[in-house]
Write a protein that binds this ligand. Structure first.
Ligand code: ADP
Length: 260
């Protein structure tokens, strides 16, 4: 099989990016953007410089989660990402659209080309960890993105509402095709803790995630509960203020990777 590096595009000559992690999901609405944001915030808090490339072109939610209203600027050298309040570099189609409620109705090849340009034309200055909020699904668009960007690892986001075994199987197959290792699975919305009685509820039932992870020899990196404070932080543009240690163990895995 072809190696992923045989056809990937070179980043901008002024860019410096150490590690690139792609966040994938089976469909939209399972929390892929939230997980991407929390990973970037966690790594930034731990002293690394983080970046987010928002490749979810038709459903870009990263700028809103970070409360970014400014538009991205370009000059003859290239396109510049916007820095979040804590210094995370962000590029998203919403930072380019004049009116960010305009729907993006582009077809697959144009979407894939836009993401490619986010990689080749944006000046990503001194990035330790770049997190790519991938287009949802395991179809043509994410596949094309994986072909143009050199990704070092994939994190799969699932939720117990879905047919998790099928999604994981497809993501594993995509990763194998692209020759990219899977860092592991994050299960989102796995439970809800009642704020009054502290009792934990499995709202969507049992996901069977342990068995599925074992079947494919994957690690479960984190189980994120349904937490109204997370939704409020996303909606209010305050995701950088989240509190919780859900991603500390993932951070350790990613840090070990970069030290090697
Ligand atoms: P995706 O990127 O997969 O389409 P999002 O990350 O945009 O999904 O999440 C969809 C919505 O669900 C957002 O409004 C987000 O704030 C909310 N959400 C996701 N995960 C959680 C969670 N664990 N607790 C509370 N709200 C969540």
């Amino acid at each position: 099989t072809e190696k992923q590096t045989d056809f990937t595009e070179q980043p901008h000559e002024l860019s410096s990016i150490k590690k690139v992690i792609g966040i994938v999901s089976g469909k939209g609405g399972v929390g892929k953007s939230l997980v991407t944001s929390l990973l970037a915030v966690t790594m930034q808090r731990r002293g690394h410089s983080s970046a987010i490339l928002d490749a979810d072109i038709t459903g870009p939610s990263i700028p809103k989660a970070f409360g970014i209203k400014k538009k991205a600027m370009a000059n003859e050298l290239g396109l510049f990402p916007i820095k979040s309040a804590t210094g995370i570099d962000i590029m998203s189609v919403n930072l380019l659209l004049e009116n960010d409620t305009d729907p993006v109705v582009w077809r697959g090849p144009i979407i894939a080309n836009t993401v490619k340009q986010f990689w080749t034309d944006v000046i990503w200055n001194n990035v330790d960890f770049m997190f790519i909020d991938m287009p949802p699904g395991t179809g043509d668009v994410p596949l094309t993105v994986f072909q143009s960007v050199k990704v070092d690892g994939i994190i799969i986001v699932t939720s117990p509402q879905e047919l998790v075994s099928m999604i994981v199987a497809k993501a594993v197959k995509m990763a194998q095709m692209m020759n990219v290792p899977i860092v592991g699975i994050v299960e989102n919305m796995s439970s809800f803790k009642c704020p009054d009685c502290d009792k934990e509820y499995k709202i969507f039932g049992d996901s069977n995630i342990e068995n599925i992870a074992a079947e494919y020899n994957l690690d479960i990196l984190a189980k994120l509960p349904i937490d109204p404070r997370l939704a409020a932080a996303c909606d209010g543009g305050l995701i950088e203020l989240f509190s919780g240690d859900w991603f500390d163990s993932v951070a350790e895995i990613l840090e070990k990777d970069i030290a090697e």
